[in-house]
Write a protein that binds this ligand. Structure first.
Ligand SMILES: [Zn+2]
Length: 129
């Protein structure tokens, strides 16, 4: 995991885009009723996390891109497992297996994807002071 005092580290660790220290979320990712519970401002530097109503709607595009990347990664991993002889997988013959595995993976990782997409979105529109 990258250092927290870098832009990438702050982004991946869900930290403030300005000070790289304050937490973006109030609760752990898998407390499911509080997945997107964010403070209105950074507890360390006061950076505004709620820019305007609907600011995080754009994070849905980031979430979509991350989900597509996850599906592609799953396809690559399953194909590599097939090539290495660890399992038998063919994209055209094992469609139900691929779909079920992908849906389970996306559902299990959804809290992390939602938070990462919000973090990416906020970091895209904030400069470090
Ligand atoms: Zn901050």
């Amino acid at each position: 995991m990258p250092q927290k005092n870098t832009r990438l580290g702050a982004l991946l660790n869900n930290r403030c885009p300005t000070c790289y220290d304050g937490r973006l979320f109030n609760a752990p990712a898998y407390s499911l009723n509080r997945v997107i519970d964010m403070p209105a401002a950074c507890p360390v530097c006061g950076e505004d996390f709620m820019r305007e109503p609907g600011f995080y709607f754009g994070a849905a595009y980031v979430s979509y891109a991350l989900s597509v990347a996850l599906w592609i990664a799953l396809l690559v991993v399953l194909t590599c497992f097939d090539l290495w002889g660890l399992m038998t997988f063919s994209f055209f013959d094992d469609v139900p297996f691929f779909l079920i595995t992908g849906v389970v993976l996306v559902v299990v990782l959804m809290p992390l994807l939602v938070r990462l997409s919000r973090s990416i979105w906020l970091h895209m529109f904030t400069r470090r002071r």
